[in-house]
Each structure stands twice: as C-alpha cells, then as structure tokens.
Design a protein around this ligand. Structure first.
Ligand code: NAD
Length: 494
C-alpha cells in the first residue's frame, strides 16, 4: 500500500466550458482551491460574472433546437461514448476528488463508480422516454396520445461533498431526453468537474449541449433568475435549498432542491453485533461524516442493544486510520476545509457545554507529515439528550451522538422530532420491527441493517421534510420525468 501520486500538483486558473470550448472566465475575483490534507493551494477558481451566464444560456438555448431533433438513440450513443471515456479516466477522477475534497481514495472510487452508473442508466432513454397512447381513447375514431418531450435548458447547483457524482444525478438524464445543460460546481471543489468536462469535450456532444460555469452564490442566483433556463436542480444545505426552491419558483422554473440531514441509526436488542458495528462505523465515519446519508445519531433501544453495539463501536472508532486520502492505508481523510473544521470543533465544544459525555475526542489528532491538514479524529458523545444541539443540528463531520431510548416507539418519536427526513436505519432480525420502521418513519431513504441508504442510479434519490423541496427526485425515472413534459395529442381523421 502506498501514497498514490497526485494527477497534477497544481491545476492553475480554471476556465469555463461554454459552447463546446474552454473560455477564459469573465471574473474579477478568483478563489483559492485548497487541498484539505496539505493545506496547499492547488487551483484558482473564477467567480464568474453574471454577464457570462448569458453566454452560457444563449449557447445552450441555441443548441437545444438541433439536439431535441437528434433521435434519442443517437443521443444515447454519445452517452455510451461518455461512459467509455469516464471508465478510461476512472482512477484520475477519483484521485482528483481525493486531492481537492479529502475523502479516502476508495470512497472517491466509489463515487466515481456511481457517477458512471448514472450515465449507464441514462443510456436507456429510448425506453424510459417512451410515451403512451390509447386508440379510440377520446371517442370512437378519436385516438389519444401522451408524448414525452424535452423542455429546453436546465442547470445544476452542486455542493462540496460529492464533487463528481451529484451533477450526474441530473445532467445525463437531461441531455438524454433532449435538453441542454449548465453545471455550476461547488467553488470549494471545482477541479474534479473541470476535469470531467475535459472528458465531456471528447465525447462528441454538439457545442452548447453541456456547459460548465464556475462561481459563487451570485452565479447561482443568475441561473435561478435567467429567463432562458427552464429548471434548476440544487443539492446543498437546507437553508439554501429552501431559498433556491422559493427563488426559482418565483421565476416560474421547475425546481427540485435536496437539503441537509440528521440521520438516526436505531439498534434493537436482537441486532447482529459484528455486522451491525462494522456497518455503523462505515455510516458514521465514511467520507469523514460529510455525507447527507451519514449516520449522525446512534440510538440503542434498551440496555441490551446498548451493550451489543456501543463498546465495540467505540473500540472500532479508535482503530480508524486518519490520514491523507491518497495514502491507501487511510480509512478517513480530513474534512473539506479549515472553516469546516472550525465549525465542527464548535459543535464538539457545544456538546461538552450542554452536558454530553465526550467518550472519544478527535480534536487533538495529529497526522504526521500533514500537520496543517483539516483533520478531526473520530469523536463520540454519550448521554446525549434529544434537545441538545448536537442531537438536532447537522454537524457534517466525524461526530457521533449516542442517544439511548427505552422503546421502539421512543426511537421513532426521536426521528420524527427532527425537521430533516433524509435517511434512517434500523438494525434488527425482527421482521415486525423492520416492517413497522419502514412503514412509519418519515424519511426518503430507509435502511434495514444498512447504514448508508444510497439509492442506485435507477432508483430515485431524495429525502422528505426539510431534506427535500419539490416533487420529483434525482436519478432514474424521476429524473426523466423532471426533465420532460407530457404533451397530449387527440387525433381525428375525418
Ligand atoms: P451549501 O448549501 O453551502 O452550497 C451548495 C451550493 O449552493 C454551492 O454551489 C453554493 O455555491 C451554492 N450557494 C451557497 N449559498 C448560496 C446562496 N445564498 N444562494 C445561492 N446559492 C448558494 O452546501 P455545501 O456546504 O456545499 O454542502 C453540504 C450540504 O449539502 C450539507 O447540508 C449536506 O447534507 C447537503 N447535501 C445534501 C444531499 C442530499 O441529497 N440531500 C447530498 C449532498 C449534500
């Protein structure tokens, strides 16, 4: 096992990809992109002006006419080519992700895999996009058809935690169905998407079909307000998701916004010890806790359940190797930035101040060779009460709150007290508890003996309550429906 090489040490000043070309950004400000493990600047990302959005939207709108007339099977062939190119560059995509975002290399490889799976799923457009009809559906001799058609240009506004995959929940489906697209990556982690656009450039999309513009929230606003954009897909924190939902709706757009999370993992007294502990460790500490599907609250129901999992869980957490994600010995990388680290340390302090018992403290961790990195070790609080801040707010880091409950119903009440509804899991061998859990819990992703409920590309992905605003989710058939409309045609030949 070794330290893998970085694809490049420095990626320089990033550009925008508009109308099939790399163009200098129209920006009077560039932000640093920092490797969170080394704290070195590895690229500069432009804060593109609103003016340049007009260029991207015009290119996408102009490309739309010809692209929607391109047969779906031909559009799918470009995606097959895209898949092939992504496969060839799979390892580079993963390494760049690790370098700019921090996650351990195998986690980055997993993300690259799901990224590609969404392209694979979108290649089924010829089947997924078929309409339906009924002979004599309106009256005798009058037939009725529902035709599925694309709408125009859409855009995605992406978060930092999955630099590659999240845009792929949307754009492959949008372009497969005949729309054109603009991606705005997170300014914290733009390099991966910039690299992917070098690959998109080779796939054979006509100019203007897929575009990328780098920038900040002002750019996001410009996308929401622009009359040339039909709809917005957003993924990020709940307050911004709410804002983007309201603001985009105000401009008459289709909108789907995925927000934050606070996921509980409930353990019953009959849970299978080793499998449960291993699965929970992956859920709480995978991607350094920066997953919208990560466990946040560990909820043993009764003393027996507590004894099955908690001592072993603490023991397992202590063994997690924290380090640079490109080191293949690393289990857990840094958090995304020094700012994120500061925020998480603030939550840990709050937990102590509010009276929770800190049984594993990751604050002082030192990673030899990476002393300036944004590292936090696995952290665990016991005796967490449901009304404490660390039990309620999204920490988005490697911090676990253990909240014991007396009964199954108490555990469900705890889940329902949260405004979030992204995911929830139960560990049990009892079918009745499992069935009740999936039936009653108000969350978009339910795990039965599974702690990371990450829907495959051909299933919809999204949450409930304040974790999602909109109707149709990302991925699969939901994405096809989001990016198309149903036009009804009633025909009589006299
Ligand atoms: P964020 O909300 O800070 O930023 C997300 C995107 O919104 C970025 O592109 C950013 O530039 C833009 N943005 C930020 N402020 C804005 C504003 N005022 N107006 C318009 N746009 C603005 O989120 P983040 O910190 O990048 O990502 C972490 C969050 O994303 C966590 O809350 C996590 O739970 C959530 N997330 C949710 C899902 C899901 O599927 N529900 C998936 C991944 C991440």
């Amino acid at each position: 096992m070794a330290l893998l090489p970085e694809v490049k040490k420095n990626y320089g000043a990033l550009k925008n990809y508009i109308n099939g070309e790399w163009v200098e950004a129209d920006a009077d400000k560039y932000n640093d992109v920092v490797n969170p493990a080394t704290n070195e600047v590895i690229a500069k990302v432009p804060m593109t002006s609103k003016k340049q959005i007009d260029e991207a939207v015009s290119a996408a709108n102009e490309a739309w006419e010809a692209w929607r007339e391109t047969p779906p099977v031909t559009r799918a062939r470009v995606l097959f080519k895209m898949k092939e190119i992504l496969e060839q560059n799979y390892e580079n995509i993963a390494r760049i992700m690790t370098q700019e975002q921090g996650k351990a290399i195998d986690e980055a490889r997993g993300e690259a895999r799901r990224t590609i799976e969404n392209v694979e799923c979108a290649t089924s457009v010829t089947t997924l996009m078929m309409g339906y009809n009924l002979e004599d559906g309106a009256a005798s001799g009058i037939d009725e058809d529902a035709v599925i058609s694309p709408l125009g240009t859409f855009a995605a506004i992406c978060p930092f935690n999955f630099p590659a995959m999240i845009a792929f929940w949307f754009w492959p489906y949008a372009v497969a169905t005949g729309n054109t697209y603009i991606v705005k990556p997170s300014r914290q982690v733009p390099i991966t998407m910039n690299y992917i656009f070098e690959l998109i450039d080779q796939a054979g999309f006509p100019p203007g079909v897929v575009n990328m513009v780098n920038g900040s929230h002002e750019l996001a606003d410009a996308l929401m307000e622009h009359p040339g954009i039909k709809g917005i897909s957003f993924v990020g924190s709940t307050p911004i998701a709410k804002y983007v939902y309201e603001n985009s709706s105000k401009y008459g757009k289709r909108v789907q916004t995925q927000g934050g999370a606070k996921n509980s993992l409930v353990v019953m007294e009959d849970a299978v010890m080793d499998k449960t502990v291993a699965n929970m460790l992956a859920s709480f500490y995978g991607c350094t806790g920066q997953r919208c599907l990560a466990g946040a609250n560990l909820v043993p129901v009764g003393k027996k359940a507590y004894d099955i999992v908690v001592p072993k869980f603490i023991e397992g957490a202590k063994k997690i190797r924290v380090g640079y994600g490109l080191d293949e010995n690393t289990n857990m990388g840094p958090v995304v930035s020094q700012a994120a680290k500061k925020k998480i340390l603030g939550y840990i302090q709050k937990g102590i101040d509010e009276g929770a018992k800190l049984v594993l403290d990751g604050r002082g961790i030192k990673v030899p060779g990476y002393e300036n990195g944004a590292f936090i070790g696995p952290t665990i609080f016991e005796d967490v009460a449901p009304d404490m801040t660390i039990a309620k707010e999204e920490i988005f880091g490697p911090v676990v709150s253990i909240i014991e409950r007396d009964s199954f119903d108490d555990a469900i009440d705890l889940i329902h007290q949260s405004p979030f509804g992204n995911a929830a899991s139960i560990y049990t061998q009892n079918g009745r508890w499992a069935r009740d859990f999936r039936y009653r819990v108000q969350a978009g992703n339910i795990g039965i003996n599974i702690g990371i409920v990450a829907a495959m590309a051909y299933f919809p992905f999204g949450g409930y309550k304040d974790s999602f605003f909109g109707t149709l989710h990302g991925q699969g058939k939901d994405a096809i429906n989001f990016f198309t409309d149903r036009k009804v045609v009633i025909t009589r030949w006299l």
